[in-house]
Design a protein around this ligand. Structure first.
Ligand SMILES: C[S@@+](CC[C@H](N)C(=O)[O-])C[C@H]1O[C@@H](n2cnc3c(N)ncnc32)[C@H](O)[C@@H]1O
Length: 213
């Protein structure tokens, strides 16, 4: 009998995708524009947490090359290995954000680009609230998601079976503000990943600031 796979569902998908994910998504101009908006507001040498850091590119690499101290965490061992090899200027650790304790106000900024989509709605809300507490008052939170009003929908993503949960753009923005964050910038686009099995998908990028205490 096959041994039970105890990995988190996201780890199973992203262990299988590895660098294919980067090839399909790293060309996203709106993703780089979102990083540009974050970079404009970061003080030199800021401490940044990248949640669901994937292959490390483009997020950790661009922030690291700009001189910021980046810690990436990811639930996929393959992604952590790839990122550590590709982006030596950042640090990467294997961790599930849902059960990783993070000290209050311990980062100047937190990023989470497309890393919430395999969590339940309650988990996504709890994670955004946790990230809001993890940045210092006045600190920045950069988020990206696929803004669709879906819950537990089975889909095929780049050839991998996935179960996806998300929110409409309005509902996602509302949960961000409910977490004590003020939205500074919002961009919605349609992006077609560079992959034969991919079609256009909506992307939402938010840059928010933790309100001062
Ligand atoms: C769609 S990829 C995005 C990667 C990267 N943020 C980017 O935009 O290029 C999502 C990443 O989040 C990671 N991830 C998903 N759920 C996670 C969790 N609960 N804790 C930590 N990482 C998670 C996945 O393993 C994957 O590497």
């Amino acid at each position: 009998m096959a041994e039970e796979d105890r990995r988190a569902p996201a780890a199973v998908v992203f262990d299988a995708l590895g660098l294919d994910y980067e090839r399909a998504f790293a060309g996203s101009a709106p993703h780089r524009a979102s990083l540009g908006r974050l970079l404009e507001l970061l003080a030199p040498g800021s401490r940044v947490l990248d949640v669901g850091s994937g292959t490390g590119r483009p997020t950790a690499q661009i922030l690291g090359e700009a001189g910021h101290r980046v810690l990436g965490i990811d639930v996929s061992p393959v992604m952590v290995d790839v990122a550590a090899r590709q982006v030596p200027e950042a640090e990467f650790r294997l961790a599930d954000i849902r059960d990783t304790p993070l000290a209050e106000a311990s980062f100047d900024a937190v990023c989470a680009y497309f890393s919430l989509l395999q969590m339940s709605r309650a988990e996504q809300k709890a994670v955004v609230a946790k990230l809001a507490r993890t940045v210092r008052p006045g600190g920045l939170v950069a988020l990206a998601t696929v803004p669709l009003d879906v819950e537990g929908v089975e889909a095929v993503f780049m050839g991998q079976p996935v179960r996806v949960t998300s929110f409409s753009a309005a509902a996602f923005t509302a949960l961000v503000t409910e977490a004590g964050l003020s939205v500074l910038a919002e961009e919605q686009t349609l992006f077609t990943p560079d992959h034969p099995e991919a079609g256009p998908e909506p992307h939402l990028f938010l840059l928010a600031r933790r309100e001062a205490d």
